[in-house]
Write a protein that binds this ligand. Structure first.
Ligand SMILES: [Zn+2]
Length: 420
């Protein structure tokens, strides 16, 4: 059975970071959910300088999750276990995510409160900055039937499209369609016609083998329409076993690349391990290293990208941090993303730890924490603009995320136009 703790790409990070005593770190457990930034913080040099060399209109957050319970008629669902006291870890995860997104326990509607908070956070950014909201399809079994028992969260494409259409100046949306569904291509076409900017798969949790023949028509369509495929690779821990974990192996991404698809590997596969399928003995290696190998293969230069969501969380290795900062030859292929709502899960980020590694000025720690109490999205952006390894920093191009869609026929969207 697919392990639910892998779901939401983010939940991997949650399980790795949340239950291991990290709550003892400064800053506490709970997101204080303060309101808009006070003026003195909004004018703090660290924050002001973070926007130097950044064109807000090109600043698209590649990786933001929509979540809901369906209480507004959105069609969103969460697995029953997240409400059942005899599943304390699942229940805690739901509470943590809702707190990260500042959805009060007594909110009249979880769906509505989630989007309202996201809009409020966005309003602290200069106009033009946008967030790509992820739909999340249900898992399917090998026959292509929906597998509710494996589906922790379901966020319908229609809902993501609807939320984006209500605030086109702030939001775009990313579709999720399981390629094994009996009507998979029809669904894919409908989402593309409705203005989806990309397609997102989480293979290990959704049960998608990137080499399965049913993916091929998808690859053809995505290549022809020049639509990027966002794939979550890696896992949270080097746990051997379940076949589906193997589906998160970055090397499997070659199947899509060989078909000419533009692929964005979420989180640069920065968590977990996978088998090195290029070696006869198939040793286990860091998923990040396998992704790095693909990045250095000349054949994928115009096709393979990664998003930098979640990579500076406490559960990543310092060598990942340093490599991403120092490999400036990759920077034109790295894309800003936040993995919202995870920046609001307090134990997952530790600016003091980055400072101790020499990657952040000590003087930046306190203002970053203060920003985060008000706006985790702004915190995550300023943090990534502030980290450095020696003189190496993330190139401003990393934050010109819109460029991925340049020449892909999305000119209306590039200026915050309609979703079509
Ligand atoms: Zn995510």
């Amino acid at each position: 059975m697919i392990q639910r703790r892998h779901v939401l790409c983010c939940s991997a990070a949650l399980s790795a970071g949340l239950f291991t005593g990290l709550d003892a770190r400064a800053g506490g457990w709970r997101n204080p959910c303060r309101a808009a930034l006070p003026a003195e913080l909004a004018q703090h040099p660290l924050l002001v300088q973070a926007f130097d060399d950044i064109d807000p209109v090109a600043l698209w957050d590649m990786h933001a999750h929509l979540l809901g319970t369906g209480d507004s008629g959105s069609g969103c669902t969460v697995h029953a276990s997240m409400q059942q006291w005899w599943h304390p870890v699942e229940v805690l995860r739901r509470k943590v995510l809702l707190n990260a997104a500042c959805v009060a326990p007594d909110a009249a509607s979880v769906d509505v409160a989630y989007v309202a908070r996201l809009r409020a956070l966005a309003s602290d950014f200069p106009s033009g900055a946008r967030w790509l909201l992820f739909a999340f399809d249900q898992a399917c079994d090998d026959r292509g039937d929906v597998a509710p028992q494996w589906t922790t969260f379901h966020v319908p494409n229609t809902y993501a499209a609807q939320v984006a259409a209500a605030s086109p100046e702030r939001f775009g949306w990313v579709a999720s369609v399981h390629p094994y569904r009996h009507d998979a291509l029809e669904r894919l076409d409908a989402t593309l016609a409705a203005g989806a900017l990309a397609l997102k798969w989480l293979p290990s949790a959704m049960n998608i083998d990137l080499r399965d023949a049913r993916c091929r028509p998808f690859y053809e369509r995505l290549r022809a329409r020049r639509v990027p495929l966002i794939v979550h690779c890696g896992e949270e821990k080097a746990v051997t076993g379940a076949d589906r974990e193997a589906y998160g192996n970055p090397l499997r991404v070659r199947a899509a690349l060989e078909a000419g698809v533009t692929v964005v590997v979420a989180h640069a596969a920065s968590l977990g391990a996978a088998l090195d399928l290029d070696r006869r003995s198939q040793p286990r290696r860091a998923a990040f290293d396998l992704w790095a190998r693909l990045m250095d293969e000349p054949a994928w230069r115009g096709l393979l990208y990664a998003d930098l969501s979640a990579v500076f969380q406490v559960n990543r290795r310092p060598t990942v941090w340093r490599t991403l900062l120092q490999r400036d030859d990759w920077h034109a292929r790295l894309l800003h993303g936040s993995d919202y709502p995870l920046p609001g899960v307090m134990p997952l980020y530790d600016p003091a730890g980055l400072a101790a590694e020499g990657l952040l000025d000590e003087a930046a720690v306190a203002p970053l924490r203060a920003i985060r109490d008000h706006n985790p999205l702004l915190f995550e952006f300023v943090l990534k603009r502030s980290v450095r390894s020696g003189t190496a920093r993330l190139h401003p191009l990393v934050f010109d995320t819109r460029r991925l869609w340049a020449g892909r026929g999305y000119s209306a969207l590039a200026t915050g136009g309609t979703t079509r």
